[in-house]
Ligand binder design. Sequence first.
Ligand SMILES: Nc1ncnc2c1ncn2[C@@H]1O[C@H](COP(=O)(O)OP(=O)(O)OP(=O)(O)O)[C@@H](O)[C@H]1O
Length: 737
Amino acid sequence: MTEQPQTHKPTGNEHQAEEQARVLRFPSERLNHDQTQAKAEAEAGAETQVIDGELVDDDRDQAAQVDQAQTEAGSSLIRREKREPVLPGWASSVEEFRETAKWAVSYAGHTLAFHAVRCPVYLARILIRVPQGTLRLLRGFLRWVTDAEGRPVRHAAADRADAAEYLRLSGQRDSRVRGRVYTTVGLGAAALAAFFLGREFLPEIVQYAIVAGALGTVGWLGAPADQPIASRAVEATKVPKLTSNAVEIALAALGISGINQAMGKGGEGIGFPKPISRDGKGWRADVDLPHGVTPGDIMDRREKLASGLRRPLGCVWPEADNGEHAGRLILWVGDQDMRKAKQPAWALRKGVRVDLFQPQPFGTDQRGRWVDLRLMFTSVAIGAIPRMGKTFALRELLLIAALDPRAELHTYDLKGTGDLDPLEKVTHAHGVGDDDEEIEKAISDLRKLRDELRRRAKLIRDLAKQGLAPENKVTPELAGKKSLGLHPIVIGVDECQVWFEHPDHGEEFEAICTDLVKRGPALGIIIMLATQRPDAKSLPTGISANVSTRFCLKVQGQTENDMVLGTSKYKQGVRATTFAWADKGIGYLVGEGSDAQIVRTVAGLDGPASEKVAAYARTLREQAGTLTGHAIGEAPEVDESVSKKDTLLEDILAVVGETEKKVWNERVIARLYELRPEVYGTYRESADLTAALKRHGIRTAQVWGTTDDNKGASRIGITHADIAQEVAERNRREGSG
Ligand SMILES: Nc1ncnc2c1ncn2[C@@H]1O[C@H](COP(=O)(O)OP(=O)(O)OP(=O)(O)O)[C@@H](O)[C@H]1O
């Protein structure tokens, strides 16, 4: 804690003195004072208000506050303003610039090739049209020499019998024709001279070029207007411009009473705070909705909006503008349907060594720009209704992880269809399906991961004391030191609800995964869970509340939406319910502290394409010597206590006599360990026994007991009668079964 500045309360006299001699500060001084105050407030605020959360770029925040204070405290001429970027989006994004340049080159190449192939046809067309062109040329020339354009006026004068006018016009015509005849004779003589000189002195190639040019011109003159010599290489498919009128018509068609009233007679209308403009490959309209109407209302009716705009659904993307007021809508209308638009090439498709500490390309936004995601220090939840691209998204993330040869993968495909099998060649632990053997393998693996989590936590604490882990988390340097064993561990689980709903191990899976989600990211363990049924059972609240990266493809309702994307996201207008059935691979991504954005995962990353990336990842691992476990055919060690019959209740009855009515958990655990250390060695805390008993339907509670030094205390414990009753009932059931 830093010391709070001491405040000095003025006495009565001091007050008076202050009143009489008020010191007026010069503006600059006032500024400094205000800045200091703003800084002090920022510091105090940071210290007193942040309860939970990540401190990001504190300096920048403060600088922004000080900047603002400066703007507000300075000259009255200084206005609050929002500056538009100097360069348009396409020019400031390397990716977009590259795309545009690529398009321009391919456009030019196509046009060139198209015309080159048709050259003989063009030549034939020219030759055919030369006579017609020559006739046109001669006709035009004669009309010019004979001043044909004045003929109708002269005829009119003759018809009116206006002799004076006729004579004036005829005189003018004669002198004009005379001048033009002289010019023609002069030019003809010059042309003849040029012809003979050219024949004599110009190289042959130039002579041919001149003849070809002359023929081309005459042929071009001979072509009818509707049949040009050259065919069109590119048909421009023009997308209609988005106009304010079109937006108004579409909004009015949504059946929202607030909009209808505003558009009616005497209504406030719909506001457009900025002109509708091009933004990426589409149009962007910023709209001020009528009072009381929110972007969420519009997003709920996306399909109707698309109909009103006469555009395909995949082109129409209404969004809330969280930086502005709650009635500001950003309507982005793409030139092409997002799901059909060609995605720029994924940089990792051919295999590249990646660093998980750096952001990696995950998907593209509506404008076709890559959206990066940093996997390190996150845990991920992916949710959607079936067949929307959840497994593709998870597999893509696992492939990214595989391309960092340091990362140890644990892949679980609980649906059992082999979607994650392309990763077999690189993964350390691999599970497919939900049969008992697989579940036993998985729980053993997770127990080891929990132990690893604890080992890492202790190690990081020790390293922090030595000043080697300044933020008490794994750094790239620490991850790179093999001897420390702090390499990234990435666990991917598809259809994770199978684990959490398991009748015997469900709670243990949940407890370990919750621990991994909460503590794993700082310790270099990343867990990614995908589910097609995002409810409290399949994505327990301890997990859904703590994951830091969320990707939600189409879901059916608000609950599922908020379960994956976070509380209140639906209310804030982040609605994965608005996606259409055909929006495969398109979802809302909420990354580390960033605003939700619509992202389409890498298209076409199917099984064979994934195999190729995984093959490259294997080569990287072979070079780095990091292939372990399943990838090199090692069979996983299964924790024997998992497959053995669970005799916990019988064992408790063996160590707790009938005379002991209630016993603290910690004492029961100590006795169980003495009885069978190989089975109960994993019970470390009272909560472990509580969790294990819960699976048998037995609850623990506060019970009274005495400590070793004979002091009475209330702690969590078991009741002998509960255990005995459950064992008796179980025996009866088994007997009757
Ligand atoms: N980015 C994408 N672009 C286009 N199509 C995609 C994209 N991602 C996935 N798909 C398509 O979506 C379909 C479903 O994908 P996937 O198997 O991942 O869905 P799922 O949600 O895991 O389904 P299930 O619930 O049955 O496991 C696939 O046929 C795939 O081709």
